[in-house]
Write a protein that binds this ligand. Sequence first.
Ligand code: NAI
Length: 253
Amino acid sequence: GRRVVVTGAASGIGHAVTARLLDLGAVVHTLDRNEPTLPVDRHVPVDLADRASIDAALAALDDRYDVLLNVAGVPGTAPSDVVMRVNTFAVRHLSEAFLDRLDEGGSVVVVSSTAGFGWPERLDTIKELLATDTYEDAAAWWSRNPQEGNAYNFSKEASTVYVMTMGLAFRELGLRINAVLPGPVETPILADFEESMGKDILDGVRELLGGHATAEDIADAVLFLASDDARWVNGHALIVDGGVSGSVLTGLV
Ligand code: NAI
C-alpha cells in the first residue's frame, strides 16, 4: 500500500480522508494534537502551532512516504498568531520537510478554503510573508502587517499561494503539490465559522446548495489530487464547494 501522512486526522475532513485511505489499504501515519479514533498504523501527537513540536514529530516519522496530506486547520475564533502558525506556517514547514521524504511520483495536498480565494488582491503581501522565515514570529508579523478581515482568510490565502508557487519546485523532484479549497463542510469547525464569519453567510450558502458538503465529499477530492489520476495537475487550487464560488466570482449571487 501507499505510505501516507495525514494531519488533522482526529476529526472532520482528516478523519474522512484517513478512513478512505485505510479502506484502500494504505499505510497511514497521522499527526494531530488529538488521538484519531481509527486504527491507523502510527499516530504521532503534535502541536502544529509550535515548530519544535513539528520537528519532534518529523523525527518520530519514517524517512520515506508517497503522500503528505495537510488537512489540519483552526478557525478564525483562535488567536491570530495560532491561525497563521497552524494554517500557513505548519503547512509550509511540513511540505518543505517532505520534499526530502517523498518518493518519485509522490505528492502533497493542502486543505485550504474558499475563504482564501481572495488571494489575488493581496498577492504582494502574501509573497512578502512567504519569503520570510516568520514561523516563530507569526504574531509579530500580523501586528506589523495588519490585514483587513480576520486572520483565517489571510492564512488560507497564503497557504493557497504557497501551493501555487511551489509547483515547479516539486515538479523538479518528480513530485506534485496541490490545494483543495472547500466551501462549508459539516464538521465540528462549522460552529466556530458561524461565530467568526456570521451565521447568515453560512445559511445563505446552505440555502443555495440545499445543504453543506460532507467530510467525505472533500476527502474524495483530496484523494483524487493525491492519486496518479491527477498526475499532470500541479500547483493547482481546486475549488470544491458545490458551485457557489463560481457564481460569486461571476457576480451571479
Ligand atoms: P475539524 O475541527 O473537524 O478538524 C481539525 C483537526 O485539526 C482536528 O483534528 C484538530 O485536532 C486538528 N488541529 C487543529 N489545530 C491543531 C494543532 N495546533 N496541532 C495539531 N492538530 C491540530 O475541522 P475540519 O472541518 O475537518 O477542517 C479540516 C481543514 O479543512 C481545516 O484546514 C479547515 O480550515 C478546512 N476547511 C474546513 C471547512 C469546513 O467548513 N469544515 C471549510 C473550508 C476549509
